[in-house]
Design a protein around this ligand. Structure first.
Ligand SMILES: Nc1ncnc2c1ncn2[C@@H]1O[C@H](COP(=O)(O)OP(=O)(O)OP(=O)(O)O)[C@@H](O)[C@H]1O
Ligand SMILES: [Mg+2]
Length: 251
């Protein structure tokens, strides 16, 4: 981890119909850092990710990626600049193998699916990248398996492999364990730990507190659209403001 900020959010705000959904959020994520985002239902965690990835436009503030103001940039433009979000399960192509799914993601990074038709060598290169990414998430043995028949946990791993194939500078994971059976959680946690330990920059929203606190370098606690605290897990859990905000509420 370095001190160099990769993603910076400054005084970000979002009001919808008079309701304050995101209220003056400022955060900075350093290169190689993993930041957890926690908070009760409706705190604004997903909305914050939507503002960062470009799915929603803030009413105030700015989002900077590698020092460039991307607040007004489209989702594809941000993606090209290195902002990666996990694919929804529905974006996996059932009927295509795990390898083919990751290869498509690698091809889009290498210059679009059509260029593969024109430059066969690019297909070999994309296949090689896809094999490496599948191995990285522990799915090497499932390369030729139809993506549609994988378990929920393995589908999540495949989505992460697809994301990695695009070589993002920042990875946003919104509740990666949601819908994954309890037996598959530990394996998925280890994959995410590996992604972080390989030096990548990760932001992760997750309700499983034990998972978050055991994985991240720092954790931001959101409540009613604001960030109450952002520090190491130990310091945040000892913070009186955080404790009082959660009295009677489960994280
Ligand atoms: N497009 C929208 N229009 C109006 N209100 C919205 C919109 N999107 C989100 N909200 C509201 O903003 C608040 C924050 O929602 P958000 O989904 O970001 O919370 P969250 O922290 O991700 O919650 P959860 O833990 O349940 O996923 C909620 O009160 C939600 O109802
Ligand atoms: Mg959410």
């Amino acid at each position: 981890m370095t001190d160099r900020p990769v993603l910076t959010v400054e005084h970000l705000g979002l009001s919808i119909g008079g309701a304050r959904i995101i209220d003056d959020v400022s955060l900075s994520v350093a290169e190689g850092e993993m930041l957890g985002v926690i908070g009760p239902n409706g705190a604004g965690k997903t909305t914050l990710f939507n503002l960062i990835s470009g799915l929603m436009v803030p009413t105030e503030g700015r989002v900077e990626l590698e020092g460039v103001d991307v607040t007004s940039h489209s989702i594809p433009r941000r993606a090209r600049a290195g902002l990666g979000r996990t694919f929804q399960t529905s974006s996996l192509f059932g009927g295509l193998t795990a390898l083919e799914n990751v290869r498509l993601a690698a091809q889009s990074k290498l210059g679009g699916a059509l260029s593969v038709v024109r430059f066969p060598r690019m297909r070999d290169q994309a296949t090689e990248i896809a094999r490496q990414r599948l191995a990285e998430v522990g799915l090497a043995d499932y390369a030729d398996t139809d993506a549609g028949v994988l378990s929920h946990g393995d589908k999540r791993k495949l989505e992460i492999a697809m994301l990695l194939a695009q070589e993002p500078r920042v990875i946003l994971l919104d509740e990666p364990m949601a819908g994954v059976s309890s037996g598959d959680v530990a394996g998925l946690v280890e994959v995410i730990r590996g992604v972080h330990q390989s030096g990548r920059t990760v932001l992760m929203v997750e309700h499983h507190m034990d998972v978050v606190l055991g994985l991240v370098d720092r954790v931001a606690v959101m409540h009613h659209g604001s960030v109450l605290a952002c520090d190491t897990p130990d310091k945040v859990m000892a913070d009186a403001t955080v404790q009082s905000a959660y009295l009677g509420e489960s994280l």
